[in-house]
Design a protein around this ligand. Structure first.
Ligand code: SAH
Length: 245
């Protein structure tokens, strides 16, 4: 009986893979992976394991989700241990839920294996805690990827007036727009914001600025990158530990 493990690969640093994820990777007959999963993880697979690459993160060159679902399903018909390896956590903007429903509808068993999400770990490696006593009591994780139809924003901007930390995933290409909208709902122009590129890896690079100037400073950073907005960004001055200047 086949089983599909919808598995989080963690945010980049190989050692942020869970022990459970490592076990299923070692046992896998096939691993279906995308760009965000650290390729070092694939080296842990057994001899003869098949590898299937299903596309790049947040670009238009990725396979349509329906095709990915079908690739996973077909793999489950062929093999016993199927690992669907996804960056971060499979259910944080990872479409793991859709994949699981597709499998369930076709009688294929699945398990979720949570991963360390970039939304928390990438700021953490940059010395930015998503919550901090006396600074903020809550945080939100939001997609920065809006539909191109300007009249149909998916993001409920009016909800973001509070001082919650906001982490935008998939938002670098919309950085100017995001800053514009945050200023429009009333945040000060000098409100702290950071962009973190390739977090938790040796190429990690963090740029700190304000809603007004970050666009110029950070727009050319390589992806994957995420955006953190909030007073917690200032704590990096004391807490930066990973990146060497
Ligand atoms: N499921 C993933 C997120 C998928 S959405 C998770 O839980 O981490 C993809 C987005 O995640 C990217 O566009 C980027 O914003 C962010 N991301 C993933 N890995 C990252 C990294 N190492 N550094 C910075 N951002 C990252």
């Amino acid at each position: 009986m086949a089983k599909v493990y919808l598995t989080g690969a963690g945010p980049g640093d190989f050692e942020l893979l869970t022990i459970k994820a490592l076990r299923v990777v070692k046992e896998a007959d096939v691993i279906i992976y995308d760009r965000l999963a650290n390729p070092e993880i694939l080296k842990e697979a057994k001899d003869g394991c098949e590898f299937v690459y299903v596309g790049k993160e947040d670009s238009n060159h990725t396979l349509p989700q329906e095709e990915i679902n079908e690739v996973i399903y077909q793999s489950a018909l062929k093999y016993e241990n199927v690992v669907r390896l996804k960056g971060g956590d499979p259910l944080v903007f990872g479409r793991g839920g859709e994949e699981a429903i597709y499998l369930k509808d076709r009688g294929i068993a699945f398990e979720f294996i949570p991963g360390i999400t970039s939304a928390i770990a990438v700021p953490e490696y940059a010395g930015i805690p998503v919550t901090h006593r006396g600074v903020t009591v809550s945080f939100r994780v939001v997609t920065g990827h809006e539909s191109s139809n300007k009249n149909q924003s998916q993001i409920p901007w009016e909800n973001y007036k509070s001082d919650d930390t906001i982490v935008f995933l998939m938002g670098l290409h919309r950085l100017a727009h995001i800053c514009h909208m945050l200023i429009k709902i009333g945040k000060p122009k000098d409100y702290p914001i950071a962009v973190i590129s390739r977090g938790t890896t040796p190429d990690a690079k963090t740029v700190v600025g304000t809603l007004e100037d970050i666009h110029k400073k950070a727009k050319d950073l390589p992806t994957p990158a995420l955006i953190v907005v909030g007073e917690v960004v200032k704590l990096r001055e004391q807490l930066n530990w990973f990146e060497k200047e």
